[in-house]
Structures are given as C-alpha cells and as structure tokens.
Write a protein that binds this ligand. Sequence first.
Ligand SMILES: C[S@@+](CC[C@H](N)C(=O)[O-])C[C@H]1O[C@@H](n2cnc3c(N)ncnc32)[C@H](O)[C@@H]1O
Length: 307
Amino acid sequence: MLRQSVMSTIGLAMGKTELTPESHARKAPNEKTSAKSCPSLIYVKEPQDDWPSLTPGAAVESKVETSHMQGWLIPPPKHSAKSKDDFARERTTKVGWLIANGYLRSERIKAAMLKVRREEFIPPRYRDYAYEEVPLPLPGEEATISCPHSYPLFYEPLGLDKAHRFLEVGLGSGYGTALAREIVGAEGLVVGIEIDPRTLAFAKRNLEKAGYQDIVLVRGDGGLGCPEKSPYDRIAMTAACSEVPGPLIEQLRSGGKLIAPVIRDQTQDLVLLDKRPDGSALRRTICEVMYVPLRGIYGIQDERLLE
Ligand SMILES: C[S@@+](CC[C@H](N)C(=O)[O-])C[C@H]1O[C@@H](n2cnc3c(N)ncnc32)[C@H](O)[C@@H]1O
C-alpha cells in the first residue's frame, strides 16, 4: 500500500496539546507584514494546461516536474482511454472502498464524492489514474491533486457540513473546493487560495468546466488567509507548514476547526485545531501524512512570489 495510506490511521488521536493565544499570534520567523487584506482576486484569461501535448501513439515521457513528490510512486503519463462510464463505475467503487475502510462516514461528504467527477480535475495524461490512491502532478511548481482518501481524511474530522464558511489554503486542482461546495451547499461559502498562478489557472478552468461559478478563487499567499471573507467555520490547509500560520487561526471563528499537515522532524502530522472562545485552540494529531511544503511567508523558505 502507498505510504500515505499506510500512515493514515483514521481516528487515531496521537496527542493533545493546548495552544495559547500567544502561540497563535507568534510570527513566522520570516514574516515581514501582517495580513491586512485579501490577496488580489484572480482574473485569468484563457487558462491553459501548459504542458507540452502528447503525440498520439508516440512513446510517452514525462517532462513534468515531480521532484516535490519524493516518496510517492508516480504512474507514467499516458493517453486517457477510459470512458465516462468507466470513471463513473470507478467513482462508485472508490466511495464504497472509502466507507469500508473507515475514511468516509457522513452522508453529505459521501454524496459529494459520488457527485464530483474527480477525473475532470486531473490533467489528461494522468486522468486514467483518477481513482487510484496516489497524488498526481498538476501544472505549477509544486502542485499535486491529493489521493482520493485525503479528502474525507480532512473533511470528516473537520466536520465540514451544510452552511459552513470554508477556506482551503492550497487550491491545487480545485477538486477539494468542488467537494466542499457540494458539502456546504448554497447557504455556505467556499474560498480557495492558490499561490502558483499556473495551478490557479488550471483549477479555475476545471471549476468552470464542472459548472462551479460561486467558489471564491484567490491568487495569493494562503498563509495570510483571506480576511475579507472571514470568519470561517472551517479551514483546511493542503500544504505542510512548520506551524499553523497565525492569520488563519485569527480568521477562524470561535468554535471553528482548522486542519493542516504540520512538519515534525522528518515527518508530518495531520493536526486538527479547535478554536475556543478565549482564542486558544485545542490541538489533536490525527495521523501522519505527506504533503507538499507550504510556500510563501509562512513557508519553509522565504519566498517573495507575489510581485
Ligand atoms: C496538495 S496540493 C493541493 C491539492 C488540492 N487540495 C486539490 O484538491 O487538488 C497543495 C497546493 O498548495 C499550494 N500552495 C503551497 N503554498 C501555498 C500558499 N502559501 N498559499 C496558497 N497555496 C499554496 C501549492 O501550489 C499546491 O497547489
């Protein structure tokens, strides 16, 4: 079994730590500014899947940058040969597998996973692997669509539900926000932030094609959140940080929950924070995971990506 699946022991609480409001407010070592406003909302013209196209019949060789996916076995790119019906069958089977293996429990998350066509959020050359438990590369510098089980792995402990205001840091393919849109419904709000403009353009196109017009897409450093749309009931970070960025905790409403991969030595813990009325948060570790590193001000390296 793949590493993330092996490491993901559902419901296993590995420890609880009290976080004080001071620890939330602590600045990242390389932080220069505090979040005052939302990074600019995007306007993308004709987003492209800007990878070189495959010549039908030619030997397929990946030119895609996958060095950020070390530890994963990335299947070789190939022309998609599966039909809509093939994908529909695989989707139903996958949902059954997620339920049988304890990843998926709630009706709304189940319905969303049955409805959203994951294959439509994957570049054509990797599409046939849509329902396999492997992350797949996306256009952009360090972007992947996570394994299918990662979504209930995050959304079940979050208790993502109808009418929630939800923020995803690390939009990637847009698939996670499409699921969230289905889960929170018309009464809720979904905001997705992506730092890489190529990845963002890819997600925007996927979401438009799939008919999602009411997801707020933001180009920017997700470590700063999007204060204009706050407070959020639920926040998911899909890139690994060394500590949860303070602005995200600030933008979480009292009683809200945040989930994030947090780096610990050579590994990452999937951490769930429950924000309490006094501003502190209860921290619970769910399992070990493996995600691409967070970029930007709260990233591992100081990057000034947004001119
Ligand atoms: C594992 S992928 C996200 C997968 C996504 N949830 C999906 O459904 O496809 C992580 C994403 O986080 C993005 N990212 C990394 N650092 C970021 C930051 N500071 N702000 C916003 N996005 C960031 C990466 O570019 C990448 O697209």
